[in-house]
Design a protein around this ligand. Structure first.
Ligand code: HEC
Ligand code: HEC
Ligand code: HEC
Ligand code: HEC
Length: 183
């Protein structure tokens, strides 16, 4: 009886560990409020506030406007908020497994922290965040230099956008940049 019990325990532990070892889970989206709990103070650089005041925060809400609706109906005969063709640049986490969407994530928060920095379920803890290396290992996106950053912006700021206007990186970065203040 005892032996059987031990076997069941071992089996349970093994099946619990197995999937995490063999098939690393993809990272999940946490939502702006989660990132914002730490990235909001003056000392940290007020990233939450800077983002809230940027147009990225209302990118999804833009799709709910009459102007967007007209564009989407004309191009795809669909509502903009239901068109993957619009959501791919105006929202985050479209079409991914619901298990990877955290309780605080809100789709109507548009282009969010994690849209650019990568889904944060594994790097959001203070212990991981304190080390850039560990954060990157756990899914944080970083860019080698300014050229790489500009390229990442242009994955959305390009001619596929029905309202495209020429993208001038320096001007645009000026509007959304959110550096940690130098100590
Ligand atoms: C528990 C607090 C905490 C949470 C939650 C948190 N962070 Fe951080 N994050 C930190 C700390 C501390 C640093 C260290 C940076 C510093 O202040 O020098 C950091 C650093 C960063 C950096 C800079 C990395 C580098 O060195 O280039 C980015 C980008 C970042 N966080 C994004 C996010 C995003 C996106 C989220 C939400 C998914 C998030 N953080 C959630 C505390 C947190
Ligand atoms: C996931 C897609 C996506 C990425 C990546 C992205 N943007 Fe945007 N951006 C948008 C959308 C969509 C809007 C329009 C939001 C609205 O008006 O509703 C926008 C709007 C803006 C605006 C406001 C436009 C204006 O004329 O004031 C600025 C500034 C901006 N983005 C800068 C950047 C920069 C800089 C980068 C790269 C670091 C970047 N964006 C990356 C999708 C993106
Ligand atoms: C390739 C990425 C991309 C796609 C796809 C995209 N957008 Fe956008 N959208 C942007 C960006 C970036 C901006 C802000 C700057 C600009 O217009 O170039 C924007 C801005 C807008 C604006 C605001 C324009 C203004 O004058 O303030 C509307 C409305 C809009 N998009 C509607 C749509 C609709 C509707 C769809 C789907 C039919 C769509 N977008 C698809 C990237 C995209
Ligand atoms: C449109 C894309 C985009 C969005 C949205 C965005 N970031 Fe960033 N973030 C960047 C880029 C690009 C950098 C610059 C990285 C670099 O200089 O290497 C950056 C830098 C940072 C840094 C490091 C600053 C430093 O000086 O080291 C932190 C912290 C950060 N972001 C947190 C956030 C948080 C929190 C949010 C949401 C409230 C957010 N970001 C939203 C693209 C974005």
């Amino acid at each position: 009886m005892k032996k059987q019990f031990a076997f069941i325990i071992i089996l349970a532990v093994f099946t619990y560990l197995l999937p995490t070892n063999l098939d690393a889970q993809p990272y999940g989206y946490e939502g702006v409020q989660v990132c914002g709990t730490c990235h909001k103070t003056e000392k940290q650089g007020e990233q939450l506030k800077i983002w809230q005041e940027s147009k990225h925060a209302s990118a999804f809400k833009t799709l709910q406007t009459k102007e967007a609706e007209e564009v989407a109906i004309k191009l795809y005969n669909k509502k903009a908020v239901e068109a993957e063709e619009c959501l791919k640049c105006h929202a985050s986490g479209n079409g991914i497994d619901a298990k990877l969407i955290g309780a605080k994530f809100k789709v109507d928060e548009g282009v969010q922290c994690e849209t650019c920095h990568g889904p944060g379920s594994a790097y959001k803890s203070l212990k991981v965040m304190k080390s850039k290396e560990e954060s990157v290992k756990n899914g944080l996106m970083v860019w080698k230099d300014k050229t790489e950053i500009e390229k990442s912006c242009k994955s959305c700021h390009n001619e596929e956008s029905p309202t495209y206007v020429d993208f001038k990186f320096d001007e645009m970065w000026e509007k959304i940049g959110h550096p940690v203040p130098k100590k």
